[in-house]
Design a protein around this ligand. Structure first.
Ligand code: CO8
Length: 286
């Protein structure tokens, strides 16, 4: 659909799949990735037929390995400010999209990659995913929202532990922290490839590749199912709910509750309310 180099946009009916496509650098975001991501977010935002967006990374190994270290190694503070500002404004745009966004975390989500996942509304991770904010290990603090959004998701103490150590956490640990909503793993029912002799490194590698592919496919199926569950509800009500949660998070309770009354009552102006409530009432009479 789009002719971009680093972002693939695959519409599937009401769901749009947006894939960062720079597998040779584990989907790290250089300036071109950021600018294409920005254009793609504008496209999905403006397309009213799209009800839910899924963001993922190309390949079976990485969601996004963060900012481009080969670019950052030599830039001056002025360029760093520009780089962080343009990245933050794209991430803010994703967070503010008037439609739900699911991150299908299919491997590494590090630094800017974890920050990208955190602006999505829901994060589903494959069991081989690894998340973290390793910036201090390369001489900088998180710069694309990590110091702010991580603490809101997991609390300041855990956020500080992750940021200060720069360590990666497994998908399971991320689940326990509340950093991801769920973890997808393979089971015996998933047609796993046959075991291979332990000393055959090549066969073992190939088997691991096949397993990673199966896992990635299962992750995407689960995310599409989740997106479908959301898409069958009133888009208007989902959109208003997203705004209320996002705006309410940074407001005091009284303001958030007042906003909820306004958002709630405005939905009575939308045809969905009358239509869907009547459907419910007629169904229960049958
Ligand atoms: N940037 C550029 N290239 C990368 C990046 C990256 N973030 N991550 C991986 N790559 C490249 C590697 O250089 C390598 O390239 P090549 O094949 O040409 O040598 C290729 O991707 C494959 O990577 P590895 O060989 O390292 O793969 P491994 O499986 O051995 O390791 C890891 C995978 C653990 C993910 C490892 O690649 C890694 O640690 N990557 C760096 C992760 C990281 O530190 N990310 C945070 C970056 S900082 C950031 O995001 C901050 C944002 C805010 C800053 C504000 C600034 C203005």
């Amino acid at each position: 659909m789009s002719n971009m180099k680093y972002i693939q946009l695959e519409p599937q009916g009401e769901i749009a799949l947006l894939r960062i496509n720079r597998p040779e650098a584990l989907n790290a975001m250089n300036i071109d990735v950021i600018s294409e991501l920005s254009r793609t977010v504008d496209i999905v935002g403006a397309d009213e037929s799209i009800k839910v967006v899924i963001i993922t990374g190309s390949g079976d190994k990485s969601f996004c390995a963060g900012a481009d270290i080969s670019y950052m190694v030599n830039i001056d503070p002025i360029s760093a400010e520009k780089y962080a500002s343009s990245a933050q404004s794209v991430l803010n745009k994703i967070e503010r999209l008037e439609k739900p966004v699911i991150a299908a975390v299919n491997g590494y989500a590090l630094g800017g990659g974890c920050e990208l996942a955190m602006v999505c509304d829901i994060r589903v991770a494959s069991s081989n995913a690894k998340l973290g904010q390793p910036e201090v290990t390369i001489g900088i603090p998180p710069g694309w929202g990590g110091t702010q959004r991580l603490m809101r998701l997991v609390g300041p103490a855990k956020a500080k532990e992750l940021v200060f150590t720069g360590k990666m956490v497994s998908a399971e640990e991320a689940l326990q922290l509340g950093l991801v909503n769920s973890v997808i793993s393979l089971s015996a029912d998933d047609n796993l490839p046959q075991e291979v002799p332990k000393d055959d490194r090549e066969k073992e590698k190939e088997r691991n590749r096949q397993i990673a592919k199966l896992l990635n496919n299962k992750l995407m199926d689960e995310c599409v199912d989740l997106a479908k569950q959301i898409a069958k509800n009133s888009f208007n009500a989902v959109k208003v709910s997203k705004m209320l949660i996002n705006r309410g998070m940074d407001a005091d309770l009284t303001t958030g509750l007042r906003l909820e009354i306004y958002g709630w009552s405005l939905c009575f102006a939308h045809e969905d309310r009358q239509k869907m409530m009547s459907e419910f009432l007629n169904k229960s009479k049958k």
